[in-house]
Design a protein around this ligand. Structure first.
Ligand SMILES: Cc1cc2nc3c(=O)[nH]c(=O)nc-3n(C[C@H](O)[C@H](O)[C@H](O)COP(=O)(O)OP(=O)(O)OC[C@H]3O[C@@H](n4cnc5c(N)ncnc54)[C@H](O)[C@@H]3O)c2cc1C
Length: 404
């Protein structure tokens, strides 16, 4: 076997967060002359366009969009495909509680954008291709171990090759192999929910409104989409349900499913008239006790996965990537070696409290809306209506969600 190839920084996983991190690091002046490799198991291909939408979408908050724009990733093509939402409506299906958010109330052009994962990965890849110091290696990481002496890590890839690096950043998602092989302690629990995701179209336009209902079985989101030609009848649905109900709905034929969705979505798009293939994703909360150890850092879903009900997962991941790139760049400029624990710990100190706070808030929401007793429902509905009338507090909440 050939001697292992040596790289300066190895990013495990080139999903949204790994690819964004590669861009942020590659653009940092301290990394100009270094060799950054992104090892990704699945080559990227974008088979979507027109009225064919990627079933996986994310709600991108303004802070994340601004960071991507600063890096040159928020291209005109991406802006044309991304669907802004100007209003957001959150309703309790079991009562009259509702909260409305409107971008004009906080003097912003929009509240965020719904973007297909592949529509965002495309410009991230294009940006990386234009950089001399970053390269993609397409193969699955099969094993990770520390070399004798402990200063570097050795990664074995499925194609039989090996790589060493003094710094490995795990961006390999919720089931991170790097996290597991490096013995990071993990707190994980099942939400008791699975999410059905699909693209549907209704009789009516969505009018750039993102909608969410808290139903008896879990939250349902309608996330607005648009074609480049401006057809606004499509929404991506994320319907989080207890497992039993999710399986029942997955087993329904399309007509029956659309009928139930029309009702759960309170006819907001008229009747649902078409649906793509449905996917069922189990939802699990995970949080690594530590994000770092010498020579290794976790980012994005490898460090934390949260319930999709507030659409924050990838936004937290982009913030991880941005802060880590900043701290690593600062450490190099101060003459510290790559992978030095002090720089990694600064990253952890800046990101862990924010991620934990968001996870706690999502857990609280989920429990509040899981609660069945009538008195809790009544208070919940009153609370939502009260918050809806409290302009300043409501506006602070939405500005926080937008990362402003
Ligand atoms: C139903 C649902 C809806 C969501 N909606 C939103 C939303 O509206 N807004 C939001 O902010 N977030 C949302 N999220 C969360 C968001 O999708 C994730 O936080 C985000 O995709 C995480 O990105 P990542 O790059 O960290 O991980 P991933 O997207 O999981 O990427 C990991 C990458 O690593 C690669 N990989 C894995 N193992 C290996 C290996 N051994 N070797 C090489 N490569 C490997 C994978 O192929 C993949 O490309 C949602 C999640 C779900 C489940």
């Amino acid at each position: 076997m050939n001697a292992p190839d040596r790289v300066d920084v190895l990013i495990a996983g080139g999903g949204l967060v790994g690819a964004a991190l590669a861009v942020f690091l590659g653009q940092h002046p301290a990394f100009r002359a270094l060799d950054i490799a992104v090892v990704e198991a699945r080559p990227f291909s974008d088979n979507f366009g027109g009225a064919q939408f990627d079933p996986r979408v994310v709600a991108i908050a303004e802070s994340a969009r601004a960071r991507l724009a600063e890096a040159g990733v928020w291209s005109d093509a991406l802006a044309a495909r991304a669907c802004p939402y100007y209003r957001m409506e959150v309703r309790d299906s079991a009562g009259t509680g509702a909260i409305h958010f409107d971008c004009t109330e906080i003097h912003r052009p929009d509240l965020g954008h719904i973007v297909e994962n592949s529509a965002l990965l495309g410009p991230l890849h294009k940006t990386i291709e234009s950089m001399d110091n970053v390269r993609f290696i397409y193969s699955a990481i099969a094993d990770v171990r520390r070399l004798d002496g402990g200063d570097s890590l050795l990664l074995s890839l499925a194609d039989g090759s090996e790589l060493t690096a003094p710094l490995v950043i795990a961006a390999d998602g919720g089931n991170s192999l790097v996290r597991e092989r490096c013995d990071f302690e993990l707190r994980a629990w099942d939400y008791g929910h699975s999410a059905i995701v699909a693209t549907v179209s209704g009789e009516l336009d969505h009018n750039f409104v993102a909608r969410q209902w808290f139903t008896d079985y879990g939250p349902l989101a309608f996330l607005p989409l648009r074609t480049a030609e401006g057809d606004c009848r499509f929404v991506s649905i994320v319907w989080s349900l207890n497992h039993e109900e999710a399986e029942r709905l997955m087993a329904c034929d399309e007509e029956a499913f659309c009928r139930e969705l029309t009702q759960a979505g309170e006819y907001s798009l008229g009747s649902i008239v078409s649906i793509s293939r449905r996917f069922l994703l189990p939802l699990r909360q995970r949080h690594a006790v530590n994000y770092v150890q010498p020579g290794v850092a976790l980012v994005g879903d490898a460090a934390h996965t949260i319930h999709p009900l507030a659409g924050q997962g990838v936004n937290l991941g982009f913030a991880d990537a941005s802060v880590l790139a900043e701290e690593l760049g600062r450490a190099l400029e101060r003459g510290l070696p790559l992978g030095h624990l002090s720089a990694l710990e600064r990253y952890q100190r800046r990101r862990k409290p924010a991620n934990l706070a968001m996870m706690a808030a999502m857990e609280g929401f989920k429990r509040l809306f899981d609660a069945g007793p009538p008195v809790v429902r009544l208070l919940r509905n009153d609370g939502m209506n009260l918050l809806d009338r409290l302009g300043p507090m409501k506006n602070r909440l939405i500005r926080q969600a937008m990362g402003l």
